[in-house]
Design a binder for this molecule. Structure first.
Ligand code: ADP
Length: 450
């Protein structure tokens, strides 16, 4: 096992990794920008290294600075968290070239899954059901129009390098195609340096269901059921739960086995998420994320396992500590993402926290790097905390969420807490009757932009 690991991240996820390391008796090294000198992850780690100015390109994304921080502190492995360098294959290669261990999958797996066209092709060959769509990339508007006609509208044009909801455009009819095709290409180019796009049938009422997988890199892999992340704004998740309110044990076993087998087949190592759209009882693969997800705690809640601990274990060469048979679902878990954003426009709202009080009690977990007097810097993501609740069943988890939100105090900045208070008044949330468009429609009618 490692003696010391470096966490190439910040905020709540850096704390999450530091906590797992400490429980395992591993020393932790935090890295930080000058804007984060007072951040909680710096205070909580055993050591810290300043790696650059506020801009993330010069700090959290600066590979030479991170490698230098490993060398200075003697860290043997790097945990990337999510975002930043977590899905950067070149980074993984450089880490390994310096005789360090990357706590995550191989550079090859990241590369294959990072290109959505290659990912889809690979998954299809591994027997994973996919959204019907173009075979590979679509280069010209003429081809795009022909495929649109053949497949039938609506269709979605997606940048193969896309992520975080960027580089995706829907064409409702043939008349929309030119705009959608050109915009998706332009967004792919400007955000990801790659203008290749592909086309998929646009599913009109799906749920977003994702399967958590875990592999040992030696041909053994398991699944940890699904998360339903259908409540989204601009293709970004805001509320996640496990198990999915509409998924039966039979469906879970079937799709879970397909995913675990696919991962075993490619010798996948560590945590991964295979994302699907789910409509009329069918699963359609959309992409695989080769990292720990923001919403991993709901899976930890219902299975009672520590996914970060497991990531560190397999990266150090130890076997997984559970088998598929060990993994039994217990109850229901829900996560809500608390962002420093001003409603109704969700404008980022950095600033000084004048008062912070985290909720507690049975079945409540608050993953956050906030503290009284902390100043949220304006340079990074607006996620400031995740409130995760666990109950014996879904109604109990919802009641607990409402109770915990009532205890949570974040003063000094605007947050998305009122959004969740309002959502919990909605019968559809209690019945689980929502799909990926539900929240956008609800926002249009309930939160009128100022
Ligand atoms: P990203 O990598 O940007 O997160 P994804 O491919 O994972 O993009 O898709 C994100 C979200 O976009 C999905 O959860 C879903 O809401 C929507 N989406 C993606 N593909 C389709 C599709 N074929 N039909 C309908 N909605 C889609």
């Amino acid at each position: 096992m490692f003696n010391k690991i470096l966490i190439a991240n910040r905020g709540e996820i850096a704390l999450r990794v530091i906590r797992a390391a400490r429980e395992m008796g591993i020393r932790s090294v935090a890295v930080h920008s000058t804007a984060d000198s007072d951040a909680m992850h710096v205070r909580m780690a055993d050591e810290s290294v300043c790696i650059g100015p506020p801009s993330s390109t010069q700090s959290y994304l600066s590979i030479p600075s991170i490698i230098a921080a490993c060398e200075i502190t003697g860290a043997e492995a790097v945990h990337p968290g999510y975002g930043f360098l977590s899905e950067n294959a070149a980074f993984v290669q450089i880490v390994q070239d310096h005789d360090l261990t990357f706590i995550g999958p191989t550079a090859d797996h990241i590369r294959v899954m990072g290109d959505k066209i290659t990912a889809k092709d690979t998954m299809r060959k591994l027997g994973v059901p996919c959204v019907p769509g173009s075979e590979g990339g679509v280069d010209t508007l003429e081809d795009a129009k022909r495929i649109g006609e053949e497949m039938g509208y609506p269709v979605i044009i997606k940048a193969t390098a896309g992520g975080g909801g960027k580089g995706m455009k829907v064409a409702q009819t043939a008349a929309d195609m030119e705009r959608a095709f050109m915009t998706a290409r332009a967004e792919g180019k400007s955000n990801f340096g790659n203008d290749e796009v592909y086309i998929e049938k646009y599913l009109t009422t799906p749920r977003h269901i994702e399967i958590q997988v875990f592999g040992d890199g030696k041909g053994r892999a398991v699944h940890l059921g699904e998360r339903d992340c259908s409540l989204q704004r601009r293709h970004q998740k805001v509320f996640e739960e496990a198990p999915g309110p509409t998924i039966t044990q039979e469906e879970r076993d079937r799709i879970g086995k397909i995913c675990a087998d696919a991962c075993a087949n490619i010798n996948y190592i560590g945590a991964g998420t295979i994302e699907f759209l789910y409509e009329n009882g069918e699963f359609y693969f959309i992409e695989m994320n080769t990292r720990l997800q923001v919403e991993h705690p709901v899976t930890e809640g219902i299975f009672g396992v520590d996914l970060v601990r497991e990531q560190i274990r397999v990266a150090s060469g130890l076997p997984m500590s559970f088998t598929q048979e060990d993994l039994k679902i217990n109850g229901h878990a829900i996560e809500v993402r608390i962002n420093a954003e001003r409603l109704p426009n969700f404008a980022p709202c950095p600033g000084r926290i004048t008062q912070y009080h985290a909720p507690g009690g049975l079945g409540v977990r608050m993953d956050s790097a906030l503290y009284d007097g902390y100043s949220i810097p304006p340079y990074y993501d607006s996620l400031i905390g995740k409130l995760i609740v666990h109950g014996r069943d879904r109604p109990e988890a919802l009641a607990r969420l409402q109770r915990a939100l009532g205890e949570l105090i974040v003063d000094g900045v605007d947050t998305t807490i009122p959004l969740f208070d309002a959502l919990l008044q909605e019968p559809d949330i209690h019945s689980g009757n929502y799909n990926i468009h539900w929240l956008e429609h609800w926002l249009e009618t309930h939160l009128q932009p100022a």
